[in-house]
Design a protein around this ligand. Structure first.
Ligand code: ADP
Ligand code: GN1
Ligand code: MG
Length: 363
C-alpha cells in the first residue's frame, strides 16, 4: 500500500493524523495487517490498521458491530474493577462520522491503537506460558458471559460446525477442481476413518448437556499479547470471530496451537507431537479462570475438543488445497497440504495419549 492511500484512510478518522511510517505486520492467514506510526496533536503514536477480508467476512458491518459491542463491554468491565484493571482489550478508533470502520474504494478498514511493550508468539515456549494463555482465553469467555443485548451475530455461519466442514471437504473431493485429489488419498482416508466423531460436541449440545456461550473461536497462540517485561498476558486480540459457540472450540484450538513444538506448516512431521506437560498447563490454566462457569460435561469433553478442532482445521486446509488455495493465504506450493499434514500428525499424537489426557482431567 502507498503512503498516500494510508493517509487517505487516516483522514477519515478522528484525531487529524499525519502518517509517518508503516510496515506489514503479523502472520495471519486472512486479513491484511499494517502497523502505522502517525502524529496526532503533536504526539507520535502506533496504530494497527487492518483491511477486512470480505471474501471471508461477507458482512463486515455486522462484524464490526459485534467487535464494538464486545470491546465496549470489556473496557467498562476492566475499568470498573481493580482486580481486572491490568487487562486490556483493543481500542478502536472511531471515524469522523462515528463508525468503527472506514470504507475506501470498496475496501473495509479498521484502526486500533498499537499495544506497545507487548508481543505475540507462534510457538508456545513453556508449559507455564500454556497456563497463562489458557487462563487468558478462559477469562475472556468469563468476561463475556454477561454481555448485555441480543445474541451476537454469526460473522461466519457454521464456522466451527465440524460436520458441515466435513461436507465441504466431501464436495471438494467430489469436484476435484484442480486434479489434486490423487496427491491426498492417505489424508482423505485419515478423515473418513474419523467421520463418526465429527458431530459429537454438537450432538451433546443439542441433547442439552451444555449451553451455547460467547466464544473467541480463533484462540491461536498469536492472538494473545504478552508483556515484554513481565511476560504476563496483556490482551486477547483478533476479535473477528467472537460469536456464539461452544467453549470447546476455544479450548480445542489452544491444544492445536499450543502443545506442539513445531510450526503449523512444518514439513518434518517427526517434529510435530502433543506435549503432555503443555496440555496440562492449558487444562489447569483454562480451569483456573473458566472452571467456575463450566458444566461437568463441558469439562469432560475438553480433551476430545483438542482432537476434534485439530482434525477440523486440518480438514479445512485439505479442502482449500483441493479447491486451489482460495481461502487461506499461501506462500509456497503445497502450503495448505503441508499445514493439513501437521494437523493430522497432531491428531494422531493426541489419540495416542488420549487416555492420559483424560486421566489428567480427573486427577
Ligand atoms: P490476523 O487476523 O491476520 O491474524 P491479528 O488481529 O491477529 O490479525 O493481528 C496480526 C498480528 O498483529 C497479531 O498476531 C499481533 O502480533 C499483532 N497485533 C494485532 N493487533 C495488535 C495491537 N493492537 N497491538 C500490537 N500488536 C498487535
Ligand atoms: C485463520 O486469521 P488467522 O490466521 O488468525 C482462520 C482460523 C484458522 C487459522 C489456522 C477467519 O486464522 O479459523 O484456525 O487461520 N481464521 C478464519 O491457522 O478463517
Ligand atoms: Mg491473528
Amino acid at each position: 500500500m502507498e503512503k498516500t492511500e494510508l493517509q487517505q484512510i487516516f483522514d477519515l478518522y478522528t484525531g487529524n493524523h499525519t502518517v509517518l511510517s508503516f510496515c506489514n505486520y503479523g502472520g495471519g492467514h486472512i486479513n491484511d495487517t499494517i502497523r502505522v506510526f502517525a502524529r496526532s496533536a503533536g504526539q507520535e503514536k502506533g496504530y494497527i490498521l487492518q483491511r477486512i477480508n470480505t471474501n471471508v467476512f461477507k458482512n463486515p458491518e455486522l462484524l464490526m458491530d459485534n467487535f464494538k459491542r464486545v470491546t465496549e463491554h470489556l473496557h467498562q468491565k476492566y475499568a470498573a474493577s481493580t482486580e481486572l484493571r491490568r487487562h486490556r482489550t483493543l481500542d478502536l478508533l472511531p471515524t469522523l462520522d462515528g463508525k468503527p470502520f472506514a470504507v475506501v474504494n470498496g475496501n473495509y478498514y479498521r484502526v486500533y491503537e498499537y499495544v506497545s511493550g507487548a508481543c505475540s508468539s507462534d510457538i508456545m515456549a513453556t508449559a507455564e506460558n500454556a497456563f497463562q494463555v489458557a487462563r487468558a482465553f478462559g477469562n475472556f469467555q468469563k468476561d463475556l458471559v454477561d454481555l448485555p443485548g441480543e445474541r451476537l451475530q454469526e460473522t461466519i455461519p457454521n464456522f466451527h460446525n465440524t460436520p458441515s466442514r466435513l461436507a465441504n471437504l466431501e464436495k471438494a473431493i467430489r469436484e476435484d477442481r484442480c486434479g489434486r485429489l490423487k496427491n491426498v488419498m492417505p489424508e482423505v482416508e485419515f478423515v473418513m476413518a474419523r467421520r463418526d466423531e465429527t458431530s459429537r460436541l454438537l450432538d451433546l449440545c443439542a441433547q442439552g448437556a451444555y449451553p451455547e456461550r460467547i466464544t473467541h473461536n480463533d484462540t491461536k497462540l498469536n492472538n494473545i499479547l504478552f508483556d515484554d517485561v513481565t511476560g504476563e498476558e496483556v490482551a486477547v486480540i483478533d476479535l473477528d470471530t467472537v460469536m456464539p459457540g461452544l467453549v470447546h472450540y476455544d479450548f480445542g484450538d489452544m491444544v492445536r496451537t499450543g502443545t506442539s513444538p513445531a510450526a503449523e506448516d512444518e514439513k518434518d512431521l517427526s517434529k510435530v507431537y502433543m506435549r503432555m506437560d503443555f496440555f496440562e498447563g492449558l487444562l489447569k490454566g483454562y480451569l483456573s479462570s473458566a472452571g467456575e462457569f463450566l458444566t461437568p460435561v463441558e469439562k469432560e469433553e475438553l480433551p476430545f475438543s483438542g482432537k476434534l478442532i485439530t482434525l477440523e482445521i486440518g480438514m479445512r486446509f485439505l479442502t482449500d488445497y483441493l479447491e486451489g488455495d482460495t481461502y487461506f493465504k499461501v506462500h509456497r506450493e503445497g502450503h495448505n497440504l503441508d499445514r493439513c499434514r501437521t494437523q493430522f500428525k497432531l491428531v494422531q499424537s493426541i489419540e495416542e495419549q488420549f487416555d492420559a489426557m483424560r486421566k489428567l482431567l480427573n486427577s
